[in-house]
Design a protein around this ligand. Structure first.
Ligand SMILES: [Ca+2]
Ligand SMILES: [Ca+2]
Length: 283
């Protein structure tokens, strides 16, 4: 990210890089969200909201839907999209269904978020941080190819040494457990090593990130865990994130249940709505 781009909350080359708090900004709209309630200053006025007060009342369905578009797609919803999602939400009353619907689209994954989160898991054994995700998206947005971004990422990850200096078999031993949760057989090692010699290590990584065993459910537990953290403004620590990813993977918790748990939390609501100041006791 750099000064004046869309990750700069004041959107200006003025010597200050303000990182967007809620990931929310709209294409073509002023990106400055001075009270950090998710709605930019220009839009606040249009919606009859107050700049300087966190008053993005996501307990209202339309505000909630609009905020999902900001959090997941980094843009404002179009009017027909808002209507469609509102009708669906008014129909079944389940906010979690709107989120899962919006997360299972190509638009959600336009910056290869799925690949990024899986690669971070494989390389560093953790759920991707906000900083790493923003860097990843920025590189792609600025025109780097996915291959270059993967290469850059792995060179700066826990896999660095084995990726750059290890043998094919050593690299595969580093990947097998995080991806397959089992050891590769000798025959598999030989086959995949031949593939690497022919196509290179980046192609191996790309293929590995997409094997069915690693994708598991319709929406990968890693992605859902990332979304849960994103909704809470990256407030969950790595131990908690690891725990959720694990219980989602082993089926103890469903993706729906995790998101259903996150959405009513105060920590989610408090991103957007000012808490009333406790009155001071007068003496
Ligand atoms: Ca605002
Ligand atoms: Ca406001």
């Amino acid at each position: 990210m750099s000064e004046g781009d869309e990750f700069d909350r004041d959107g200006a080359k003025n010597g200050s890089l303000l990182v967007q708090g809620g990931l929310g900004f709209g294409k073509g709209l002023a990106v400055f969200d001075s009270d950090a309630d998710g709605v930019n200053d220009v839009l606040e006025t249009a919606l009859g909201m107050q700049v300087g007060l966190r008053d993005n009342d996501i307990t209202l369905n339309d505000r909630f839907i609009a905020q999902l578009y900001r959090d997941l797609y980094f843009r404002e919803p179009e009017t027909p999209e808002l209507s469609l999602q509102l009708d669906a939400l008014n129909g079944d009353g389940k906010r979690v269904n709107r989120l899962m619907n919006l997360a299972q689209t190509q638009e959600f994954d336009r910056y290869q978020i799925t690949q990024a989160v899986r690669l971070d898991w494989v390389s560093n054994g953790k759920i991707m941080t906000r900083q790493a995700l923003d860097l990843w998206r920025t590189l792609l947005k600025n025109g780097s190819s996915l291959n270059d971004v993967i290469d850059y990422y792995v060179r700066n990850s826990g896999l660095q040494s084995v990726y750059l200096k290890g043998t094919n078999v050593e690299l595969l031993h580093a990947l097998e457990i995080p991806i397959l949760n089992r050891r590769l057989t000798d025959a598999e090692l030989a086959d995949i090593s031949t593939f690497i010699d022919q196509y290179g290590r980046i192609e191996l990584l790309k293929a590995a990130l997409n094997v069915p065993e690693f994708q598991q459910l319709t929406l990968n537990p890693l992605i859902v865990t990332l979304i849960a953290d994103l909704l809470l403004d990256y407030a969950l620590d790595q131990v908690t994130l690891g725990h959720y990813s694990e219980v989602l993977s082993n089926g103890t918790l469903t993706t729906t249940e995790l998101i259903e748990w996150v959405l009513p939390l105060d920590i989610y609501k408090n991103r957007f709505i000012e808490e009333p100041q406790a009155k001071k006791i007068q003496r």
